[in-house]
Design a protein around this ligand. Sequence first.
Ligand code: GCW
Length: 988
Amino acid sequence: MLRRCRQPLAWVLGQCGLGRPPRANNVADEIRFESGTGSEHAGMHGAAILWPKPLDRAWCGFAHGREKFGSAHTNALMANAALPSRVTLPRQEGTESEKRLEKRLPLDPPGPYSTLASILKGRSGRANIVTRSVRQPMSTMKGLLLLAIAGLAVAEDGLNAWLRYSPVANAQALRGRLPTGLVALNTTQGSPVNTAAKELTQGLNGLFGVRLSAAKGDGKGGDRPRNAVTVGTVAQFVNANPTVRIALPELIEDGFHINVSGGNVRILGQNERGALYGAFHYLSLVAQGNVSDFSLASNPEAPVRWVNQWDNTQDGGTHGSVERGYGGKSVFFWEGRIREDLTRAGQYARLLASIGINAVVVNNVNANATLLAPELMDGLARIANVFRPYGIQLGFSLNFAAPQMYGNLSTFDPLDKSVIEFWQNVTDNLYARIPDMAGYLVKASSEGQPGPLTYNRTLADGANLFARALQKHNGICVFRAFVYDHRNLNQTLDWKADRANAAVNFFEGLDDKFEPNVLVQIKYGPIDFQVREPVSPLFSHLRKTGAAIELQVTQEYLGQQAHVVYLAPMWKEILDFDLRVDAKPSRVADIVTGKRFNTTLSGYAGVVNVGMNTTWLGSHLAMSNLYAYGKLAWSASADPAAILSEWTKLTFSSDPDVLRVIADISLASWPAYENYSGNLGIQTLCDILLGHYGPNPGSQDGNPWGQWTRADADTIGMDRTVKNGTGNAGQYPPEVAALYENIDTTPDNLLLWFHHVPYTHVLKSGKTVIQHFYDAHYNGSAVAQTFPKLWESLKGKIDPERYEHVLYRLVYQAGHSLVWRDSVNNFYFNKSGIADAQGRVGNYKYRIEAESMKLEGYQVYDVRPFEAASGAKAIVTTSNSTQGIASTVVGVESGKYDLAVNYYDQAIGNSTWELFLDEKLVGKWKGDQEYILGKAASPYIDGQTATRVTFKGVRVDKGAVLKVVGTPDGLEPAPLDYLSILPEGVVD
Ligand code: GCW
């Protein structure tokens, strides 16, 4: 039987209007084209600029490269090209309902074009696209119970993430050990203790069908009800029970204590937030079937456990609603204002509180100064009101130039009196509305953002400006260490230039210059959330100033949630790294929790970037990263595998197969991704000039962004040694510096981060660098091939909605990992001219290149970068209104094969492809990924859009005619790269 690997046949038919498609829960409700690393390009580059379909990629790449440097030439090019200018999608508040999205291609009236030339002139068609709709969660526990009893998995959309409270397996048997009464020590609406009481009521009802009733006596005067759960703060408890003596462990701010003795449960927090955390913790334990007696106390290791959202006030622009967000539009902002309906913001706060997060910075660090308008401040206060019941405080990103941009001052010099007054005034106004505001987050003098360096002031001058304004309100100023100049780094002329040096250089000599309420937020590595980086040396330089580590939950360089990459093992490795400051143990975790240098302020920031999609991040499996972030921020000693298992039980089920499969996939995912993207410390090798997603190793070099690999025909890697290179190794404390300075002691996985070597350099493993590249890319993508199969073994054990959602992504990832493998390997094969010892690179014996097939209505297209296509070429239809046909006579022996087709799914149309064998339809699919995967949309034929579809177990007869019919749509010319006729079990 024919089986289409990518989606079930029903789905395919549905796409073709022949059947009813299942509903997808992860609708991409906008399409935007991203480029660039920072924000200064906003309004100027790729954003929503629609290139005609087979536009020469070299030209585009050039244009984008230039844009990064702010070239007027680029703008001129763009203007002269008379291209269709934008894709505009209607904006509606609320994204979860079924809706019609329209692509408007505004230049020409709808109509066909017939030649490539006319395409290049920008004539265009018009396409209507209907997104798939979203199923609402099944809310009644009654329904859940019934389904659970019937042994069925219920469809779920992910909205409740790990807080589903779905019935536990043997609820009936365990009920006797659970409380039946509830004593809430604060019943004030909106108080975290009251929230905890509600959550306990909802949770125990959902999990066990227990209906908690308000217990008599309400805990007052020693009248202690039996079989009740009591929740409140220690002080509230003591106040309510003055004569009761209980032994209480020592709790610090936000800490909690839980004591369970049969049905008597006491959950006490050091503060109200702690009580809520305790309630969530208790519910998590019982949800995992733990109803035995226990007593525990838990205290957070760091006071600051924040989440950063890079949300923009406006949709559109370079980065759309959420910069580097892959889960839909902002849950906070809409059309330059704060959303009227903040339901999702509240639900987000609930999720975050359950993992111990205590503040959310709601707006992008590339901040919009208009948020300072009084009506917007009012809106921020509404968000804070929604957060407060969950113990979440609001944090706010500032634009350093706001005094000028918004306040009409002539300067934003941090030492200027009028500027100081401006910020004090802003701060007072914000606190008048949000008395418990957490503080500010500031990105300054970085990637084109304004900052103190404009006035030759120090970063401390910049940070202290805000810190002082915040002091009377007890707020803190979180100042980002991500400071570098992306315009003046010169790769060609300066061997010693190094972006990795920037943070330490800029903060040099400032350690004792910061106000006490400044916290410096440092990305885990010196560059930018790459798949492998050494820890930032800055952690070892700040001893008097509090430091926080910045981790990235949104997988900007790590597959953008279209690839599963479980990040907790990577974070754990970073947190456990010992910097050996003063030759003493100096784990990063101990630095960012204040233990090592006795700093009061310390902690964690996670760039999360959820959106309105019910999956939050755009993918169900990606949510383990958010969960793990909270757990590690609470305690860095937590074990990534244990966290994952807990998350799986709460999110899916405790079925041993489910636990095993999700662990197998997740724990293999980071090493696999590292292997098939960038290894030996060379960085992720994604396209850093466009969406930071697919492979494009060449994009790293030759521009001032400083993510260089310095790869040439013979050598590769950044020489960061002191003796001969950029000196970056010397920024680490002596023991670590010595480790990295010496090529023999540098671990292989960071070799090319610190050293510039010939491709023939022999690693500790005994392999050469180039052979390691080849092998690692093959190994990594081979691991990714196992993911869909593993997941398929769970069919029936996961609700169909989430099962299909995950399967779609894993199949896509398996295919895209091959794109990565081949692109990177061919790139370095081409550069070095050194053949793969195993003869794989460049030799693909099962492939039929599309350009070598008989073409009617299709023409050959040179793909750029060349390595993004097998054989450097693809085919595209000759017009956007006529079909293309590529055919060939099959030469393989008759038998059963898997047929794989590699094509490009650009975000500028929804072409259809049909695969025939002797006129018999094997399968049909549509290029509509942009509405399914949240990854950065791309209009190009390149590594971002390259995709594989596989039809398994197809009977193929020698001499049969294999044919692909491509029907273009919009500006997408049904591009095709190659076909593979694979003996069963072979993937290539
Ligand atoms: O890596 C870069 C991202 C930018 C981001 C910046 C930062 C918010 O590509 O999108 O801007 O880092 O962290 O400030």
